[in-house]
Design a protein around this ligand. Structure first.
Ligand SMILES: Nc1ncnc2c1ncn2[C@@H]1O[C@H](COP(=O)(O)OP(=O)(O)O)[C@@H](O)[C@H]1O
Ligand SMILES: [Mg+2]
Length: 260
């Protein structure tokens, strides 16, 4: 069988063989597979089928579509793409929320569960972990970061990546602040989020980015994930600039979202 390396993730680690994907397994892979099976048993076809795992690797079904990585094409940030991403995240949360009652002490998570469990958060719902067909988000991949938490914990990070709600210093930034606020409002609308959530976007996102920085600094050296590369590439500085930008414009963003 021919094995072909898939690009965009960790180098030399993610492979396609026939219609399957082979990627490194971790302590939390058993929990991830339990969760993916839970979704698939409920008819969810926008996540891969978990096929097997051992101490080295996991095997999942290959999801059709393109997965884009920075620098992103402009078409990925059309309003229609944005809406499709929000719709997909909502479905992911709604189908997965029943899994909360099936969590046990034996479950392991790469990222610490966040208090106020409402759903299973993807933890990294960004274009680089989403399959796109005709510029619509249709599939989700890379579940290493799943963990229980509030909806907004995941929505805020998705908005960060899909709006993108980032500082002009971030190379992934596409739009000015007013347009960013409008796009964040569209994401909330399509998700069907309550007004209360909009107000809390910036504080929650700042907390989320701070947790990410702290995870990266604490775990990166021994990490099996690509956080080590992130540090080497100066990504922490990018997150810090984004936090500064979000705090500077916090009230404008909150007011804009409430009145949109
Ligand atoms: N189940 C899958 N179906 C289709 N493509 C996949 C799947 N899993 C990974 N890929 C491809 O491999 C690339 C890297 O995978 P990913 O799991 O995101 O790696 P990493 O954990 O290093 O971020 C993705 O950008 C995507 O193109
Ligand atoms: Mg990935």
């Amino acid at each position: 069988m021919v094995k072909k390396e898939l690009s965009g993730g960790r180098k030399g680690k993610i492979w396609k063989e026939s219609e399957t994907v082979i990627r490194p397994s971790n302590d939390w892979t058993r929990t991830v597979h339990r969760f993916l099976s839970y979704l698939r048993e409920r008819g969810v076809d926008f996540v891969p089928k978990p096929l097997s795992f051992d101490s080295d690797n996991e095997v999942l079904s290959f999801m059709p579509g393109d997965v884009f990585h920075s620098p992103y094409p402009k078409d990925l940030f059309s309003i229609e793409s944005l809406k499709s991403a929000s719709r997909l995240l909502r479905q992911f949360h709604d189908f997965g929320k029943g899994f909360i009652s099936q969590i046990s002490r034996d479950d392991k998570w790469m990222l610490e569960p966040k208090k106020g469990f409402e759903v299973i958060c993807h933890g990294d719902f960004a274009p680089y972990n989403v399959c796109v067909n005709d510029w619509h988000a249709t599939g989700i991949i890379d579940f290493d970061t799943i963990h229980p938490g509030p909806r907004l914990w995941d929505i805020s990070y998705a908005i960060y990546r899909w709006v993108p709600l980032t500082s002009p210093l971030n190379p992934d930034t596409f739009f000015e602040l007013d347009k960013q606020i409008h796009r964040a409002g569209v994401f909330f609308d399509v998700y069907g989020a309550s007004a209360g959530l909009r107000e809390k976007l910036v504080p929650m996102l700042v907390e989320r980015l701070e947790a990410l920085i702290s995870y990266m600094t604490t775990n990166a050296p021994q990490s099996e994930t690509n956080f080590g590369d992130d540090i080497a590439n100066g990504h922490i500085k990018v997150y810090q600039n984004d936090i500064e930008y979000l705090l500077k414009h916090q009230s404008k963003i909150a007011n804009g979202l409430i009145n949109s």
